[in-house]
Ligand binder design. Structure first.
Ligand code: NAD
Length: 499
């Protein structure tokens, strides 16, 4: 009998009462690992009530004390790193080293949040008029919520919750129902770190829970990361209900390879960026644009060999380079795209559809796939596949390659590989994407910069983490103050101006 997960509300585990459940799988074996309670709107309401109750005290807590909670939270994540990484490998299927790296990237946002007393400092202008000082404060918003995807079960929740909580908000996290284990554990660790119960509540669920959060008038801000159709829905619904909203969405990241690039370096980069985490990364490279026929031919030949040799196996085996996909449903979807690419006339150079690691025949495994001669009209080029499928498009010039990237509906990350500084600089300045790598295949900005895409890859004005995170989870109050009160200005009927 699979275990039954619980919500984490008010500092303790709370069993689901809706009677609705989803199944969480072990993608390596294909077995059901746990039943995940799907919160009803009434259960969501109760979680929000708890967070709303915790807000005034937490908001009034000194930022230094909140920073100390963050320091302890950071230490607890470090102490529990192995457990968190193992949860990710078991529930998502990332190989352990990659799972650990993803927790580390989330941890870095907690480290950034440890500096919250400094980050929250306002502005002060002394004596802007006779006896008048002008200053601004950053104050928390209230209850914020985070709705997160399956592919980074620790990192993406940490992007949001660390900054939101450090800023003095309380937070209701609704992780992906496919692998909520890490989020539930982070809820416990936050309490162990000294945050009062209710500062971080975690509820598991599906659309019903999300819609209840988006429409609850006590929720002040919504931070979402997931697919583009859901991001659009979240953005429109939350905004219509008067909330601040940031919604990070899908991607189709291109790597442009210029003829002077070091092809061995490119092949190494493409193996990690295309097939790492089985391509289930919003910053994965899923399109390689080879500029010039000879670049394309060399790349095809060297890449095909490496993709065929990719070591696919259980994520806890240190020899595995790529684990299974998250669910059977997702595996079928990805394989369906490979079938579609063949029908559309793309050249399937490496076909990993039938790969099954020995002893794990029921797991959600497939091998790496490589398409060549993909054209911009094909659906395998236009749509996000989110699996270990790399599409090669051939371009005749730098301008044609740049134009391809710019015309694509998504604009999350992009990379250019070249030895030519002029070309790299020109590319960096003109390209229509939010995050650019120069000879760096996965340019995920560090926690003290911001993360966010352009076009259909993000909705809303604020990026994740960095100073955008602090701005998103606070609002500015500007105070104009006159001391001493003894200065008599007399009654004035015009707009106040400097005297
Ligand atoms: P998803 O959109 O299916 O789910 C994301 C969240 O939304 C989950 O918590 C889910 O429960 C909820 N949800 C799903 N359907 C919903 C609906 N109809 N109404 C309301 N809520 C709903 O995404 P996923 O499959 O979990 O994650 C993969 C996607 O996330 C990919 O498209 C990937 O590119 C994207 N992603 C983007 C970024 C980024 O920063 N741009 C980062 C990671 C993942």
């Amino acid at each position: 009998m699979p275990e039954e997960l619980c919500h984490f509300i008010g500092g303790k585990t709370v069993a689901g009462t809706s009677g609705r459940y989803g199944e969480m799988f072990n993608p390596t074996t294909g077995e059901v690992a746990a039943r995940v309670p799907f919160a009803s709107s009434a259960e969501v309401e109760a979680a929000v009530t708890d967070s709303a109750k915790a807000f005034p005290t937490w908001a009034a807590t000194s930022p230094l004390v909140r920073a100390r909670v963050m320091f302890r939270f950071k230490s607890l994540i470090e102490e529990n790193m192995d457990e968190l990484a193992m949860l990710i490998s078991r529930q998502h299927g990332k190989v352990l080293s990659d799972a650990r790296g993803s927790v580390q990237r989330g941890l870095e946002v907690v480290e950034f949040a440890c500096g919250i007393p400094h980050l929250l400092k306002g502005e002060f202008s002394d004596n802007v008029s006779r006896g008048i000082d002008l200053y601004s404060l950053r104050q928390p918003l209230g209850v914020a919520t985070g709705i997160t995807p399956f592919n980074f079960p620790a990192m993406v929740p940490l992007w949001m919750l660390a900054i939101a909580v450090a800023c003095g908000n309380t937070f209701v996290l609704k992780p992906s129902e496919k692998d909520p284990g890490c989020s539930l554990r982070l809820g416990e660790l936050m309490v162990s770190a000294g945050a009062p119960p209710g500062v971080l509540n975690v509820i598991t669920g599906d659309r019903e829970a999300v819609d209840a959060l988006l429409t609850d008038e006590r929720i002040a801000a919504v931070s979402f990361v997931g697919s583009t159709p859901v991001a659009r829905h979240v953005y429109a619904t939350a905004a219509a209900h008067g909330k601040r909203v940031q919604a990070m969405a899908g991607a189709k990241n291109h790597m442009v390879v210029l003829p002077d690039a070091d092809i061995d370096q490119v092949v190494d980069a493409l193996m990690g960026a295309g097939y790492g985490s089985a391509g289930e990364r919003c910053m994965a490279i899923s399109v390689v644009v080879a500029v010039g026929e000879s670049t394309a031919e060399t790349l095809r030949e060297r890449l095909a060999r490496r993709v065929r040799d990719l070591r696919v196996g259980p994520p806890t085996d240190p020899k595995s380079e790529m684990g299974p996909l998250v669910t059977r449903e997702h595996l079928d979807k990805v394989k369906g795209y490979v079938d579609l690419g063949v029908e559309e006339g793309a050249d399937l150079v490496v076909d990993g559809r039938s790969l099954r690691p020995e002893g794990h025949e029921s797991g959600f495994f497939m091998g790496g796939c490589l398409f060549d001669h993909v054209t911009p009209d094909m659906r395998i080029y236009r749509e996000e596949i989110f699996g270990p499928v790399l599409c090669m498009v051939r371009a005749t010039s730098f301008e044609e390659a740049l134009d391809l990237v710019d015309r694509h509906q998504f604009g999350n990350g992009v990379a250019v590989f070249t030895r030519d500084g002029d070309a790299a600089r020109e590319f960096t300045h003109r390209v229509q994407a939010g995050m650019v790598g120069v000879n760096v295949p996965i340019p995920v900005p560090l926690s003290f910069y911001t993360f966010g895409g352009w076009k259909q890859s993000a909705f809303g004005d604020a990026n994740q983490h960095g100073m955008d995170g602090v701005r998103f989870f606070t609002r500015t109050k500007t105070v104009t103050s006159r001391w001493p009160t003894g200065i008599r200005a007399g009654a004035e009927f015009v707009m106040p101006t400097l005297k």
